[in-house]
Design a protein around this ligand. Structure first.
Ligand code: DCP
Ligand code: CA
Length: 395
């Protein structure tokens, strides 16, 4: 089962201020301190605003052109975290395992619960459970969630998106391929704009058409395309990459002095990511799961993790995920005494390099920097942000 909150930040804003209910609203981007980010873009917008063609990521001015009556709000990051925590604790009342992916979505694993929640028509099964979760979220958190039920993760995720907002879509086991077939390929997680164009050029527009490409033909487009083909066929999916070893590489550091300075904390995070990245590239690993830990001055320790859509050893990609995770788990003002970052789920090297030259170039650059550092000593080449830490060699 996959659960995704609808227009998440906007729904929380509408709950906090009932005057905004039923109105088109735009949530401007905010940092974890609740300050709005200048030169704003729309972080998200209510479904009332989406009717006018407004989308997340769009510059605010453009959104206001499309929907001049829209009300711009935002800046309650701590409320978003609170709502998110409430939602996932409701999920945990029913699901044996809740795998949170980001701030507003999670996979709920009901494997081996067939005796407790039999599939329809034998019983109400997971549909009934999904209804209960949705009702609990509405009643206790005051927002709506969309849920997809399927036997594979990819299919459950696509299903949760299928009837947004407030949706509930059930795909019976064995009917995954049939359900996915009419959908555009961009509905599959992991297919970005570039890849969508690439498949369009091949004349492949729907997931059914992708699944119908002969396997020998898709094989030549690389490992990543094989995963997508399998996902579209409903036989397997990219989320279940087998783990080779259950180990992790992690680094953490206690600050000389507790700090609530976001720039310092992010610089520290970057330094730790550089260390982890160098180590895993040296070992020839690529990992899919990034975890970040923060310890408050009272030793309260919080951590979050995220599974990336593909394996990586690229510092830049690990850092991007780590920064989001840190901002999710830190309240933004209480001083921290430690941050830590780890990488796990090492497995197959799935490099979608065919589709992303920039990514490949970046990785090669990082490998060259590793070689320079090995030759001339640690700190020979460092990102400018690390100057803030003031103790990097050669600076
Ligand atoms: N978000 C953000 N910046 C982005 C994308 C998202 O700040 N570029 C934030 C705001 C969203 C939240 O993350 O409310 C969840 O993102 P989703 O992509 O799930 O979008 P929504 O929940 O807003 O809408 P949907 O109903 O389509 O899930
Ligand atoms: Ca959402």
């Amino acid at each position: 089962m996959h659960l995704d909150l609808d227009a998440f930040f906007a729904s929380v804003e509408q709950k906090l201020n009932p005057l905004l209910k039923g109105k088109p609203i735009l949530v401007g981007r905010v940092d974890p301190h609740g300050r709005s980010v200048p030169r704003g873009v729309v972080a998200t917008c209510s479904y009332e605003a989406r009717r006018f063609g407004v989308k997340s990521g769009m510059p605010l001015f453009q959104a206001l052109k499309l929907c001049p009556r829209a009300i711009v709000v935002g800046g309650h990051y701590e409320e978003y975290i609170k709502a998110s925590d409430q939602v996932f604790s409701i999920c945990a009342r029913y699901a044996p395992e809740v795998e949170q992916i980001g701030i507003d979505e999670a996979f709920l694993d009901f494997s081996h619960t067939e005796w407790i929640y039999p599939e329809p028509p034998a019983g109400g099964g997971l549909i009934e459970i999904a209804r209960k979760i949705k009702e609990g979220v509405k009643r206790e958190v005051g927002i709506t969630a969309s849920v997809g039920i399927a036997a594979t993760k990819v299919c459950a995720k696509v299903a949760s998106d299928y009837q947004k907002p407030d949706g509930l879509t059930y795909v019976p086991a064995g009917r995954e391929k049939e359900f996915l077939a009419p959908l555009p390929i961009a509905d599959l997680p992991g297919i970005g704009r570039k890849m969508e164009e690439y498949f369009h050029r091949l004349g492949v527009k729907t997931l059914g058409e992708l699944a119908n490409v002969p396997f020998e033909k898709i094989e030549v487009y690389g490992k990543f395309a094989i995963n997508l083909w399998e996902a579209a066929s409903g036989v397997d999916n990219i989320w279940f990459v087998p783990r080779v070893e259950a180990k992790s590489v992690s680094h953490s550091e206690t600050f000389a002095k507790n700090s609530a300075d976001i720039k310092f904390i992010l610089a520290m995070l970057q330094k730790l990511v550089e260390e982890v990245g160098t180590e895993i590239r040296k070992e020839g690993y690529t990992g899919r799961c990034v975890h970040v830990t923060a310890r408050y001055r009272d030793f309260r320790t919080v951590s979050h993790q995220r599974v990336l859509p593909y394996s990586t050893s690229c510092t830049k990609e690990i850092y991007e995920a780590a920064e989001v995770l840190l901002k999710e788990l830190w309240d933004g003002y209480t001083p921290l005494r430690l941050v830590g970052i780890g990488m796990s789920q090492f497995g197959e090297t799935v490099q979608p390099s065919l589709f992303d030259e920039a990514r490949e170039k970046r990785l090669n650059l990082e490998k060259r920097i590793d070689q320079l550092c090995e030759k001339f000593g640690e700190g020979a080449v460092v990102p400018a942000a690390l100057i803030r830490l003031g103790k990097v060699k050669n600076l």
